[in-house]
Design a protein around this ligand. Structure first.
Ligand code: GLA
Length: 410
């Protein structure tokens, strides 16, 4: 009989190897959770805290029946107001509001999962959420365990009632708590850009808000006394300098969509086109049960979504801003480009764009749109019509608040 001898060092090496590979497997679970900007729906923009089991089920159904799930909308996220006003006095756990969710959250989440969708929840780094429900401060690991045990896939983490705490530390603690709980959960930081999360949040979460809240108006701000909400173009004005910080698994988030919440059809198109060019998360915020055909067509325009979801993951840049017409450009995979002309004003604008005279260089990502060396074909992504090539001067009229969105292919 041959007796195998294992020396002490070889056993030690084996142990070390297996611990390391388990660790690697564990770490891998949390990588690549958002290789392209997350897409989904969130309850806040339309429903605020008026949410319920029935609403979640209805929205899950319509995400599927409207074609939105097929178009890429995966996450159904419940924002503020899903919990009772107090934690469980014995365990300290958060409790779902018994009126809104009489059967708890588990059956609701299981229903969402049964539709092939993913589920998200909201809480806040402070002592209370923005709407006054129990916040997570001091309960990070406990709340993370609860979310993981419920089968949560996404956490939006807000920044109200956080006086005196350090944002990087608070979000890092929650990020560690989520990893420790062991379930891959997309972590969406929502501290409104106050502490420049683009400078530190890449290892912390997959997306971070860059501004205060959006509101369903195209331009300007809406004053609420102690705070104000931003129109679509006001948010756009704040994005251009942040692009170099975004990329796969770490996205700038200019807030959720207001498409279908009262903007005109042209404004809906412009808002959506710009969010696509900005590689922004596409989180719809309208009442999907009641959306009209125009809204649905905007939210499911696969060509525009393809610009947003392009695998290179490069956020677009503003090439020109003149006479109320902005030109936004985004490099795409395979040497293709998206180019978007937005008319910010209330009057129609004639545009003439001579590709041959333009120098279009993306300095941050080292790309050149070279129309001298290459001839690109143009396709307009809203009318779905071919629009000539870059050899000709592009001439078009853009209606008030409307957009012309092109994809350039060689
Ligand atoms: C903040 C966030 C919003 C929303 C509300 C909920 O204002 O920025 O997106 O989550 O809180 O109270």
């Amino acid at each position: 009989m041959i007796k195998k001898q294992f020396s002490f060092p070889s056993i030690l090496a084996l142990l070390l190897f297996s611990t390391l590979s388990t660790k690697n497997l564990f770490a891998q679970k949390f990588e690549n959770l958002a290789p392209t900007p997350p897409m989904g729906w969130n309850s806040w923009n339309t429903f605020q805290t008026n949410i319920s089991e029935q609403l979640v089920k209805d929205i899950a159904d319509v995400l599927v029946s409207s074609g939105m799930k097929d178009a890429g909308y995966t996450y159904l996220v419940l924002d503020d107001g899903w919990m009772a006003m107090e934690r469980d006095p014995k365990t300290g756990d958060l409790i779902p509001d018994p009126k809104k969710f009489p059967n708890g959250l588990k059956p609701v989440i299981d229903y969402v999962h049964s539709k092939g969708l993913k589920f998200g929840l909201y809480n806040c780094a402070g002592t209370k959420t923005c709407a006054g429900y129990p916040g997570t401060r001091g309960y990070e690991y406990q709340d993370a365990r609860l979310y993981a045990s419920l089968g949560t896939d996404y956490l939006k983490f807000d920044w109200c009632n956080t006086e005196g705490i350090n944002a990087k530390e608070a979000y890092t603690t929650m990020s560690k708590a989520l990893k420790t709980a062991g379930r891959p959960i997309v972590f969406s930081l929502c501290e409104w850009g106050n502490n420049q999360p683009w400078l530190w949040a890449e290892p912390v979460g997959q997306l971070w808000r860059t501004t205060g809240d959006i509101t369903a108006q195209f331009d300007g701000i809406k004053n609420h006394g102690t705070w104000h909400a931003n129109g679509v173009m006001t948010i756009v004005d704040m994005q251009d300098t942040l692009r170099k910080y975004a990329g796969p698994n770490h996205w700038n988030d200019p807030d959720m969509l207001e498409v279908g919440n009262g903007l005109t059809p042209a404004q809906n198109r412009s808002h959506y086109s710009l969010w696509a060019i900005l590689s922004a998360p596409l989180i719809a915020g309208n009442d999907l049960r009641k959306m009209n055909d125009q809204t649905r067509a905007v939210l499911t325009n696969k060509d525009v979504i393809a610009v947003n979801q392009d695998g290179l993951g490069i956020q677009g840049f503003r090439h020109r801003n003149k006479d109320s017409v902005q030109i936004w450009i985004k490099p795409l995979s395979n040497g293709e480009w998206a180019v978007c002309f937005v008319n910010r004003s209330s009057v129609a604008k004639q545009i003439e764009f001579n590709w041959q005279n333009e120098t279009i260089i993306d300095k941050d990502f080292n790309k050149t749109l070279d129309t001298k060396a290459n001839t690109y074909k143009l396709r307009e992504l809203w009318t779905k019509k071919d629009a000539g090539t870059t050899k000709a001067v592009l001439k078009a009229t853009i209606q008030p608040y409307d957009v012309l969105m092109l994809r350039l292919t060689k």
